[in-house]
Design a protein around this ligand. Structure first.
Ligand code: NAI
Length: 721
């Protein structure tokens, strides 16, 4: 796991060998301690170079060890790094690929750092709910100053070798063989005094108005952290570096880390890290899997319908280097879309520093233009009749074997597939707005979809930088299906006495990016209204009394319909659940009109307002959503809880530090979720979504196993169906 050799006569070369990223697992730490000892005690060795095999310095701690006590077995990282720093021979870190987390902390313990020009460095611990606790929070500010260290440690962002050089984080950047450059460098500094090279001896560079700086940063971090505690602990640790001697700072780092380590947030964030990998290993109920299904290359794709979604999808495809045919039938939309796509591409190129992808796109107003493409993504209006027609046309126009995908957010993918000659070549590709930015892609397969197509689309998602999750076909798929009971509860709570602000505040304090009503104003109340009208659910004027709030025996809130009747569509009309300065403005302000509207509504429906607590908001909205999540699992629509959680974290603003709805249910305790659902279901017999799902009951009866063991219970439940 660690190789040692003497090179160029007097340089001890230590190579970390632990694929894939040379993580600092217990054996590697053992190896480092032993080989450093060897190098320091060998009189022929005058200096030391530490590098990693396969072009990667070190990806940091082995996260798997966090979950076990294994990391207690090997030598601890802090004394290991201290002994390197205290060495009387110069130690040079040769950073190829990357030095992240513990890997960068190891490099900071070395006396010199040489990085390859393509290497990146960073301290991403905060993204796992932790802080750089092997001296990183104490050494980095001493080396590069407090503001730069705060920026790196509180965000976990990775920086390029060029930026690292500018900040003084590395001493030299090499364009070619970094290890050779480091060995040469090590030879040149052999025998030199190391007093000025031990970072722990440095004073933090002074900062004017330090208190004000920390106050300002803390305020910003609190706002963006949305309840996550690690970024706050990171600021506190850097403050310790700036104000305390090194040993006391290290003590503070240790205390803060202990708090974070035992917090549920670190567990949730680490769960997300692994869950993201789990969803990449997709499977279908037919038994088809990621490792046995092979896709085929896509060279040319098409997008049909250049509205909000089609424009973003065109950009996302073009940015992967694919040729894209973009089709829009309405003249006005066609002209606007061309301009909008071009602007989006330019902004994207500026952000990423990558070349513009304009030349990759051809525009057309005719569907005939897609005859020779390999894959089509349809993004026309959410109208089954229209989509069916488009799929019939595509099936006639496209060459045989063309993959046909729909971006529908709720409609039946199988019904669309049945309009084509090759229904096995049809899947849903459910993007989220804005499609070129949002990370999530729900890949919706039907019973006839070919595994080859799922493999193709999952791969294409990866190329577009998406987190793709393969799910089964049902109304709303996973994300929107679970969102419905959550939203319904928010409406019912309004009827019962809450206000949009009260509900949104409870949800935002929980950590959601936006509360349910702000989201509704953003996406437009008219979208759901149109669907409800088509389904025959809307009664003009909303009716009165209890019967007006029941549809098909189930509780229904006409509040959204009444808002739409008043022209309150949300941000786009400047009025919705909130008021806005002008149409299109985003700054939501409580609207006093809502108060009289709700009072009048309650009076008409014989409802008496009561005080609604934050706890009730969270329990009813979240547990209703979670309950639907259990149904999704029971129905086999999602392969496991990880799929649901990743969909919610990446597509629906669920706070990552709470791990996703299913992980959260497990953290709260499944028996508690069950008990609260039973309580609310009893009080509201007309809300079947609050009736606990049988899978939840089974899991509780099986002793509430941890999330990663649910699949076994699900398998048993499904085999009994
Ligand atoms: P949109 O109304 O902004 O755009 C639809 C576009 O399709 C319009 O430009 C229209 O002229 C064009 N179109 C209509 N018939 C056409 C045809 N036969 N050939 C070519 N173009 C045609 O709609 P939006 O919001 O982009 O939605 C499109 C699809 O994406 C819908 O199925 C929607 O449910 C889904 N979706 C929407 C999301 C959103 O946030 N807006 C999120 C995820 C999915």
């Amino acid at each position: 796991m660690t190789q040692y050799s003497r090179v160029s006569g007097s340089v001890g070369l230590i190579t970390l060998k632990n694929p894939p990223v040379n993580q600092l697992s217990a054996v590697v730490r053992h190896g480092i301690v032993d080989t450093v000892q060897k190098a320091l005690s060998d009189p022929k060795v005058k200096s030391v170079v530490i590098c990693g095999q396969n072009g990667m310095f070190c990806g940091g701690a082995d996260i798997k060890e966090f979950q076990t006590l294994a990391n207690m077995r090997g030598p601890p990282l802090i004394p290991m790094i201290h002994s390197i720093e205290a060495a009387d021979k110069p130690v040079v870190a040769a950073i190829e690929g990357g030095a992240f987390g513990g890997g960068l902390e190891l490099a900071l313990g070395c006396h010199y750092r040489i990085a390859h020009s393509k290497a990146k460095v960073g301290l991403p611990e905060v993204t796992l709910g932790l802080l750089p606790a092997a001296g990183g929070s104490q050494r980095l500010p001493r080396l590069i100053g407090v503001p730069a260290a705060l920026s790196l440690i509180t965000t976990g962002r990775h920086i390029t070798a060029a930026e690292a050089l500018q900040l003084g984080l590395v001493d030299q950047v090499a364009d070619h063989n970094t290890v050779d450059a480091a060995v040469k460098f090590a030879l040149s500094v052999a025998g030199q005094s190391l007093d000025a090279r031990r970072i722990s001896n440095f004073q933090c560079p002074p900062v004017p108005n330090m208190d004000a700086l920390f106050e300002d940063v803390m305020q910003k971090v609190r706002t963006t952290a949305r309840g996550a505690i690690a970024p706050i602990a990171c600021v506190q640790a850097v403050r310790a570096a700036a104000t305390l001697p090194y040993t006391q700072g290290m003590q503070r780092e240790k205390e803060l880390m202990a708090t974070l380590f035992t917090s549920g947030q670190a567990r949730a964030l680490q769960y997300c890290f692994f869950a993201q990998r789990v969803v990449g290993r997709w499977s279908m109920p037919s038994g088809a899997r990621w490792d046995t299904s092979k896709g085929r290359p896509i060279h040319k794709a098409a997008v049909i319908g250049l509205g909000t979604m089609g424009r973003g999808i065109t950009v996302a495809l073009a940015q992967t280097g694919l040729s894209v045919v973009a089709v829009e039938t309405q003249e006005k939309q066609f002209m606007e879309a061309k301009k909008a796509v071009s602007n989006m591409l330019e902004r994207g190129a500026k952000r990423s520093g990558k070349p513009l992808a304009h030349g990759k796109i051809t525009y057309s107003q005719s569907l005939q233009a897609v005859a020779d493409v390999d894959l089509v993504i349809e993004a026309v209006f959410e109208d089954m009749g229209l989509k069916k027609k488009v799929f019939q046309q595509l099936s006639a126009v496209c060459k045989p074997g063309t993959f046909l995908c729909t971006n529908t957010s709720t409609l039946d993918v199988d019904e669309l597939a049945s309009q084509t000659h090759q229904p096995e070549l049809v899947v849903g590709m459910h993007f989220f707005a804005p499609a070129h930015i949002m990370k999530l892609l729900e890949v919706v397969y039907g019973p006839r979809s070919s595994p080859e197509l799922v493999a193709v689309v999952m791969e294409l998602g990866k190329k577009m930088g998406k987190v793709s999750v393969a799910v089964g076909n049902c109304r709303g798929f996973v994300g929107n299906r679970m969102l419905k009971p959550y939203r319904d509860q928010a409406y019912f709570l309004l009827e019962e006495g809450a206000t949009p602000q009260l509900i949104d505040q409870a949800l935002e304090e929980f950590g959601f990016a936006m509360g349910a009503f702000k989201v509704s104003d953003l996406s437009g109340l008219d979208v759901g209204w149109k669907v409800r009208k088509e389904e025959g659910l809307v009664q003009p004027g909303g009716g009165s009394g209890k019967s007006a709030r029941i549809r098909n025996g189930v509780r229904y809130s006409p509040l959204g319909d009444l808002m739409c009747e008043q022209g309150r569509f949300g941000q786009k009309t400047g009025r919705g659940w909130y008021q806005y300065d002008k149409p299109g403005s985003r700054d939501a302000r409580p609207d006093p009109w809502m108060h009289s509207f709700l009072e009048e509504y309650r009076a008409r429906h014989g409802l008496v307002a009561r005080r609604i607590s934050n706890q009730e908001v969270l329990e009813r909205c979240l547990y209703a959503m979670i309950n639907e999540g259990f149904r999704v699992l029971e129905d086999g629509i999602a392969a496991g809880p990880e799929d649901i959680d990743i969909i919610y974290v990446f597509g629906y603003g669920w706070p990552r530090h709470r791990g996703g709805p299913m992980f959260y249910a497990n953290m709260v305790g499944l028996e508690i979720v069950l008990e609260r659902l039973e309580h609310y279901a009893q009080a509201n017999p007309d809300m079947p979504t609050l009736q606990p799902c049988s899978l939840l009951r089974k899991l509780v009866a099986s002793g509430s196993p941890p999330v990663n063991k649910w699949k076994e219970v699900i398998k048993n439940v499904r085999s009994q169906l």
